[in-house]
Design a binder for this molecule. Structure first.
Ligand code: DQA
Length: 151
């Protein structure tokens, strides 16, 4: 069965109470539950993980290359700072979609720059939990296209 990893970076464990005017009122667990349900409807397994540590996120990306068809990744603040996460994404050879709950381009200028975008398959920003849902739909469709191309 196709498996997709949803990976949340730093401070996203506090969703629900963290700046709800910016990030919405859903908790991370609620978002994960919605994505697991959506995945089940689309016929794939969704696994979710979160870490506040850059090294643990790198380890999770490395590990995912053995079993995931793709990764939905919200790198949080590391988006704007981490060469190491960028290198991990470039190294693993599976599609990674960068997602953000908020519209980073409507916020402070330091959030306009992403070190990971250029090595991601695509990027979805500003749609709240729908950013993740659209990324999941895209990864599932891309995996299906790969399967049918391989016959
Ligand atoms: C975020 C945007 C980042 O700039 C910020 O540091 C976050 C969350 C988002 O989902 O909107 O932690 O990735």
């Amino acid at each position: 069965m196709t498996v997709i990893l949803v990976l949340h970076g730093p401070n996203l464990n506090l969703l629900g109470t963290r700046e709800p005017g910016v990030y919405g009122s859903l908790t991370m667990d609620e978002i994960n539950a919605r994505l697991l349900r959506l995945g089940a409807n689309l016929g794939v397994e969704v696994r979710a993980a979160q870490s506040n540590n850059e090294g643990a996120l790198i380890d999770a990306l490395h590990d995912a290359r053995h079993w995931a068809a793709g990764v939905i990744f919200n790198p949080g603040g590391y988006t704007h700072t981490s060469v190491a996460l960028r290198d991990a994404i470039a190294a693993i050879g599976i599609p990674v979609i960068e997602v953000h709950l908020s519209n980073v381009y409507a916020r402070e200028e330091f959030r306009h720059k992403s070190l990971v975008s250029a090595v991601c398959r695509g990027k979805i920003s500003g749609l709240g939990w729908h950013s993740y849902a659209l990324a999941l739909r895209a990864l599932v469709e891309m995996a299906q296209e790969n399967d049918s191309a391989q016959g």
